[in-house]
Design a protein around this ligand. Structure first.
Ligand code: TXA
Ligand code: MG
Length: 330
């Protein structure tokens, strides 16, 4: 059965709509809701049976743990066996916001949420709808991105419906999400803390708050034992073959000449092309916000290839490069 879609204002969500969504969550249902990064697929994090439904709906491998979302620092502390000073510092500085902290888990967190591991990933989202929902349902919410496993993350309600319409109970539609890339994941169970997934909070932001962090990529390991399975090589991927290159204009023209239908994603506005071209803003916030929607559009256009102009270098762009590398992996 297709899910119910309720529209809700992104800044001032109607309390009666939030209450309806909260009741569904309390009754063990699945509700997709907006965060400031991407849409999440939420369920009661303390109930292993409904968390199992998240894995089933997404087709998510059981070895990939899920982020738990909370409305307040005190709620986060109930889910961990220790809350070190660095967690306090980072939470005070970046919550609510796109930073996920990996901490030692408390016994009340089902093993399914943490993929059998001894740590739990926690974040307090900054979106008014997500916060209102968390407060109203009075539950921590396990919420991965609301897409089928390995597919592109959803930044629009339509993206959620395309992947999950018949697998969830309700979608709270608050329009496009503003951040566009998933949260930064930081493991604070070790010293120095280790970056597990680059995101909207940059390494420079983190280091300004707590000093040096370990940000070199983890050595490749088997998927089963990866420290953060978000590091799976192919992830966030369109169905259409995608490649990232400098001087993309030339490659695009070559492929078009060969008779291929080409999608072209670039941040450099340099003239006409036979390709289906999307020009993203050349600032990192604008680019990040538009990236997944652009990839969804190109992927849905029935093309043979997607060519992406290599975005600018630099720390700020790390998360963009990370997502594009995974999108291009075969
Ligand atoms: O912005 C976001 O983080 C979005 C919104 C909905 O909050 N959520 C999201 O969830 O991106 P998901 O499931 O698509 O990605 C969660 C990432 C994965 O890379 C997962 O491996 C990692 O967090 N993760 C979760 N729990 C972990 C843990 N205990 N230890 C290490 N990594 C963990
Ligand atoms: Mg995801």
């Amino acid at each position: 059965m297709p899910c119910v879609v309720l529209h809700v204002d992104a800044q001032c969500p109607d309390p009666s709509v939030i209450a309806r969504a909260a009741r569904i969550l309390q009754a063990g249902g699945l509700v997709a809701f907006p965060t400031e990064t991407v849409y999440g697929l939420g369920a009661n994090a303390l109930d292993a049976e409904v968390v199992a439904m998240i894995f089933a709906a997404k087709g998510r491998p059981a070895h990939n743990p899920i982020i738990v979302h909370v409305a307040a620092l005190d709620d986060a502390k109930k889910l961990v066996s220790s809350w070190p000073p660095i967690a306090q510092k980072l939470a005070e500085r970046f919550w609510p916001g796109p930073l996920t902290l990996v901490l030692p888990k408390a016994a009340c967190v089902p093993n399914l949420v943490t993929a059998g591991g001894s740590t739990v990933a926690l974040r307090m989202p900054a979106h008014p709808v997500a916060l209102a929902l968390l407060r109203e349902c009075k539950l921590p919410l396990a919420a991965p991105s609301a897409n089928r496993s390995t597919a592109l993350s959803p930044t629009l309600p339509a993206h959620v419906l395309a992947g999950l319409a018949d697998r969830i109970d309700l979608l709270l539609d608050a329009g496009p999400t503003t951040g566009g890339l998933e949260s930064t994941v930081l493991d604070v169970t070790i010293d120095p803390p280790r970056l597990l997934r680059p995101g909207l909070v940059t390494i420079a932001d983190l280091e300004a708050a707590v000093g040096p962090i370990e940000s070199s990529p983890l050595a490749p390991r088997a998927e089963e034992t990866a420290r953060s399975p978000g590091q799976m090589r192919r992830h966030y991927a369109p169905k259409t073959p995608l490649e990232v290159t400098t001087n993309s204009h030339k490659l695009v023209e070559e492929l078009c000449k060969q008779g291929l239908r080409v999608g072209w994603l670039t941040h450099i506005d340099d003239g006409e092309s036979a390709a289906l071209r999307i020009v993203l803003p050349d600032d990192v916030a604008g680019y990040s916000a538009g990236l997944f929607a652009a990839l969804h559009r190109l992927d849905d256009a029935g093309l043979d290839r997607i060519v992406v102009e290599e975005p600018p270098a630099g720390d700020d762009w790390l998360a963009v490069h990370d997502r594009l590398r995974r999108a291009a992996a075969v």
